[in-house]
Design a protein around this ligand. Structure first.
Ligand code: ZN
Length: 401
């Protein structure tokens, strides 16, 4: 991404110049690099996940200016289609050229949702077969991905950028010794800001925010249902809106729990854009909303695991995050009884199209969360066998004595 004639960017800043301009009503295609800019390889070890340079990410394509967009408008973004680069259309060494990956981040890299239980780096490579994915590292599963952009949004205004930095620094300051920190402050190392250079670049690089968290504008929301055919409504904060996109996912489970935890890929995406003038005030918009598309893969049968907000003998009052973590751990333990390693199960929960729900959120003191695993993604039956039921008495045939 750094070497392109029109480089993208890996930080948010209002002054990054638009790389292209489109009109409301126009459709257009953007190509995206995989989010680490090609650091993860199609290999059988996870050294690259362990050693990944996280000052590089996320490499984003754009920004694209939309003619006539002004602060306070809603940018209507249709996700018309997307897909991976095919072998031969991108260098074979790059994720997206017929393959993608899911990684468990090592603890020293900040880890994922279950880092305390899985501190080491792991990786699964997925091969793409049209809409389906299989993995030599997780045998016995094959599923259609719900492809989506993990990350897209419009540029913040200077005021909003300052607010992001203020509130995230305040969070960091509550526990400044913590490693990794509670949030990532601006980091000029490897900051890529489109074509910005010189003193203007230096100033912007020192204040541009990282792309990791979802924020008011959307950004890294990692919502798997922002898929083909969805219509997203995004807040506009600067003239031209300046839409950027990246972190394409072939598939992802709700929560993306292993952190680089979707099936990460480079690829292409087609957008259509339009504007609702003054829409933010009209609809009271603070953060994006969207209409899911019509052609997601539909699964009808699930095995569902539950979790409550109790961890290591401690009762956490109505803590939905703890409840979700416990649901994930309970699902991993179950899958490990079927022959998978716990790391394979963790990668699978993160990458496959699992559904996660907040369930009971009112019954003090325990929140309840649930994880729905589509049973059809396995080529064997993962449910407890009905033959194990005590009541399953088939009777005994009358026989001669
Ligand atoms: Zn991603």
């Amino acid at each position: 991404m750094f070497d392109q004639d029109h480089p993208g960017h890996n930080r948010w800043h209002p002054d990054i110049p638009a790389a292209a301009t489109v009109k409301p009503g126009e459709d257009f295609r953007m190509d995206c690099r995989e989010w680490t800019d090609g650091q993860i390889l199609n290999t059988d070890d996870a050294n690259d996940v362990r050693d990944v340079d996280l000052s590089i990410n996320h490499v984003l394509s754009g920004p694209v200016a939309i003619e006539g967009a002004e602060p306070g408008d809603i940018l209507v973004v249709d996700v018309l289609d997307l897909g991976p680069h095919l072998p031969g259309t991108a260098p074979d060494g790059l994720a997206g050229a017929g393959w993608g990956y899911t990684g468990i981040f090592a603890k020293e890299n900040g880890g994922g949702f279950l880092t305390d239980y899985f501190p080491g780096a792991h990786k699964a490579i997925w091969d793409f077969h049209g809409i389906y994915a299989t993995s030599r590292h997780i045998p016995g599963v094959r599923f259609a991905g719900i492809g989506h952009p993990g990350l897209f949004g419009c540029a913040p205004s200077h005021e909003l950028l300052a607010e992001w930095n203020r509130r995230e620094q305040a969070l960091i300051d509550t526990d400044p010794e913590r490693i990794p920190p509670l949030a990532l402050p601006p980091n000029p190392d490897n900051a890529l800001l489109g074509t910005m250079s010189g003193a203007e670049y230096e100033k912007a690089a020192s204040e541009a925010t990282r792309t990791v968290p979802p924020r008011d504008h959307g950004g890294n929301m990692d919502i798997k249902n922002l898929s083909r055919g969805c219509r997203a409504y995004l807040p506009v904060y600067v003239d031209g809106a300046k839409l950027s996109v990246g972190d394409l996912h072939f598939s992802q489970g709700d929560g993306e729990i292993s952190f680089c935890g979707a099936i990460e890929m480079g690829g292409w995406i087609e957008f259509g854009v339009d504007l609702i003038k003054g829409g933010m005030a009209k609809y009271g918009m603070k953060t994006p909303f969207f209409k899911p598309g019509p052609i997601e893969p539909r699964y009808s049968e699930f095995l569902c695991f539950t979790g409550i907000s109790v961890e290591d003998g401690v009762n956490y009052y109505m803590d939905a995050t703890v409840a979700y973590r416990q649901a994930a751990l309970n699902a991993i333990t179950y899958l490990s009884k079927l022959g998978y390693t716990e790391e394979q199960a963790y990668l699978l929960l993160s990458a496959a199209p699992i559904e996660a729900r907040y369930s009971g959120m009112v019954d003090i003191p325990n929140a309840c969360a649930s994880i729905y695993i589509p049973t059809a993604i396995f080529d064997f039956d993962i449910s407890p066998s009905s033959e194990e039921l005590v009541s399953r008495d088939l009777g005994s045939q009358a026989t001669t004595t």
